[in-house]
Design a protein around this ligand. Structure first.
Ligand SMILES: [Zn+2]
Length: 289
């Protein structure tokens, strides 16, 4: 073999090795991107709808339906009755405390859909005893108390009970004396193949909010901002700083002449250099997240 043929042989060999290398890199890229592509496909399959005040409906990628503080027929939601009439599925109702603007239409939804009630032991029992929530839809497996975490719907949803600084009682028509309903709370909720939520319930700002994301990073913080009975825009912005979510959605404003507005909240977030963007949802308009 001449020097020339050795050289060209080596050249061919190199080309072959180069092709192999390119192929190898391509295979690695495909293998490496596979899970990423799958996780990106999973994102965007959770649906979130705000119905005004603190009511949110979440439909998980698996199709399960959760409703937070289900006051569907509130004055901010003129379609409330139609939404209630058209609601053909709800698996879990998560109620933060006993006040009427949070318990809302829980009993009507429960009767219609057989939804289980997720609430503290005291609140759930008060709703069963005094409001007529179906007793068989509030069992041991769906209740807990602060620091507790429960897994529901075959692991599709994890719920942690989070404290709130507020009050809680249930009232019945014609009875001026409200009934004890435990301590008020919020919820940390992780959706399988979907986002993690922190619904604050009604609360003041409290320093331990900075522990909440240690349950797991919070993607969507649903934060009360209206003031008077809860955090107003400035304190809510500070709360967002403590929780450090990816996105904050303002709630509990615009009714009962509550003074805080989303505009003030946006300004407070900016003034306090909070990096999380505010997402102002439109009542009744579904968002894929
Ligand atoms: Zn409220």
């Amino acid at each position: 073999m001449s020097n020339r043929s050795v050289w060209s042989w080596h050249q061919g060999d190199r080309r072959w090795l180069l092709s192999l290398l390119v192929l190898g890199v391509a295979v690695m890229v495909v293998i490496g991107l596979g899970p990423l592509a799958r996780s990106q496909a999973a994102v965007g399959r959770t649906e979130l709808i705000w119905y005004g005040q603190s009511a949110f409906k979440v439909t998980t990628p698996a199709g399960n339906v959760l409703i937070f503080d289900p006051w569907l027929k509130n004055p901010a939601n003129p379609q409330g009755q139609a939404v209630l009439d058209g609601l053909d599925r709800a698996d879990l109702l998560l109620v933060t405390h006993g006040h009427g603007d949070h318990v809302g239409d829980a009993v009507a939804i429960a009767q219609k859909t057989k939804a289980k009630l997720i609430a503290s032991y005291d609140l759930g029992n008060a709703m069963v005893a005094h409001l007529g929530y179906p007793k068989e839809q509030f069992g041991f497996e769906v209740t807990g108390n602060f620091s507790g975490k429960i897994s529901l719907l075959n692991g599709d949803v994890e719920v942690a009970f989070v404290p709130a600084v507020h009050s809680s009682a249930v009232a019945t028509d014609g009875n001026p004396q409200p009934f004890f309903a435990g301590n008020p709370g919020g919820f940390w909720v992780k959706i399988r193949n979907g986002p993690t939520f922190y619904h604050t319930g009604d609360t003041d700002l409290f320093g331990d909010m900075n522990l909440i994301s240690q349950f797991g990073p919070v993607d969507y913080m649903l934060a009360c901002i209206g003031g008077k009975f809860t955090m107003g825009p400035d304190r809510a912005a500070m709360a967002v700083k403590l929780v450090n979510p990816k996105v904050v959605v303002p709630m509990h404003f615009g009714l009962f002449s509550l003074p805080g507005t989303p505009e003030q909240f946006a300004a407070a977030l900016q003034a306090q250099s909070v990096s999380a963007p505010m997402k102002l949802m439109q009542v009744g308009v579904p968002e894929r997240i």
